[in-house]
Design a protein around this ligand. Structure first.
Ligand code: ACO
Length: 332
């Protein structure tokens, strides 16, 4: 049994935040941000907008393109690190999509989340019993950004993207190879950890009677240089490993589609793989780093613009907090 991608969709919040807007609140400039990151604008959730709402919109687009009815979805994997609810929001998205025959769960792997979800979907299909699996990558890192930290607040944006993965014959299989890694030693370079809480009920001898309330996370803390080095070192190796499994080389890839974190990372990885700029997908300038959403968002734009066409081979690679990284070689 194989699996193929048969539709994609995406959604972004209404509010656009430009580099000039950011230079009003931190000491930075459009020039610095553009040159160091390639980012020009990013979107942010405001008012009544929710991450689940974005995910539903993106998933509806994918279902429509795939011409699949919500009733025919068997499984929905909601890849996010920033759910609307501590307990996840996959089921809420499933409810709002009307996928009443599907079950849903959340998967957390930060900016690698979408690629992890995609490969997980293909494994469920391969195991049997699943025909249509929705994979959604959605994140709202704006919720955990310290708007006084110019080293991080310039990078992130909110968005959602989705694909429908469908069962097919092994000859048509659209997942040609994959490779995944994680290394908790890198967690110190990029994190948003549970805040320390104060114990309120203490016994007479000073020992806590109950655990403290720790119901919030710190803002994103990042050592940008280390994250940059990690990405440029590990991502090309992972792509090469996935290509090897697929029996391909970088010269046979039509598109390099990396997690959109920094244009300099994208350029460095493309150079290592000897991939020319016209084979590299990038929409970072408009949306910044949208974490688990960045790959399906860029894929959806590239499909809609006619860049990515049926039969094209794509190396899709995610990397980020954890740290985690990995690559899937796909045939569109
Ligand atoms: N505007 C102006 N100056 C700035 C800004 C800013 N926004 N941010 C930092 N600077 C200053 C620094 O203070 C420093 O000044 P100094 O030389 O006087 O000390 C100088 O610019 C250089 O700072 P660096 O941190 O060395 O700049 P660098 O070239 O490394 O760029 C950046 C920083 C853009 C963050 C880069 O390191 C990067 O993109 N790293 C990867 C980050 C990333 O992709 N993270 C997400 C991973 S995915 C996930 O899971 C969420």
């Amino acid at each position: 049994m194989g699996s193929k991608l048969v539709g994609c969709g995406s959604a972004v919040p209404k509010l656009t935040i430009s580099n000039d807007d950011l230079s009003q609140i931190v000491e930075t400039s459009d020039e610095w941000i553009s040159v160091r990151t390639g980012i020009g604008n990013r979107r942010g959730l405001t008012g009544n907008e929710t991450l689940s709402g974005l995910a539903v919109e993106a998933a509806k687009g994918a279902l429509q393109k795939a011409q699949v009815e919500p009733d025919d979805v068997d499984l929905e994997i909601m890849c996010t690190s920033t759910p609307d609810d501590l307990f996840g929001c996959g089921a809420r998205v499933q409810r709002d999509l009307g996928c009443k025959n599907a079950w849903a769960f959340d998967a957390t792997a930060a900016c690698s989340g979408f690629v992890v979800g995609l490969v997980t979907a293909t494994r469920f299909i391969k195991g049997g019993g699943f025909q249509n699996v929705l994979v959604i990558g959605a994140d709202a890192l704006s919720r955990y950004v310290d708007w006084t930290d110019r080293g991080t607040c310039i990078l992130f944006g909110d968005a959602a993207g989705a694909v429908l993965v469908q069962a097919c014959s092994s000859e048509e299989d659209g997942l040609l190879g994959f490779d995944f890694h994680s290394d908790g030693h890198g967690q110190k370079h990029l994190n948003a950890t549970v805040k320390d809480g104060e114990t309120e009920l203490i016994s007479n001898n000073g020992a806590p009677l109950f655990p403290p309330k720790r119901s919030s996370f710190s803002c994103i803390q990042m050592n940008g240089k280390e994250v940059f080095r990690f990405a440029v070192r590990c991502v090309p190796q992972s792509i090469e490993a996935a290509l090897l499994e697929a029996g391909l080389t970088s010269s046979s890839i039509d598109w390099l589609l990396l997690h959109q974190a920094n244009q300099r990372i994208i350029d460095a990885v493309a150079t290592r793989l000897q991939m020319p700029p016209n084979k590299v997908i990038s929409n970072l300038a408009n949306y910044g780093n949208t974490s688990a959403a960045s790959i399906p968002l860029a894929l959806d734009e590239a499909v809609r613009s006619g860049k990515v066409q049926a039969g094209n081979t794509i190396a899709a690679a995610g990397f980020g907090a954890g740290v985690t990284w990995g690559c899937a070689i796909l045939r569109w």
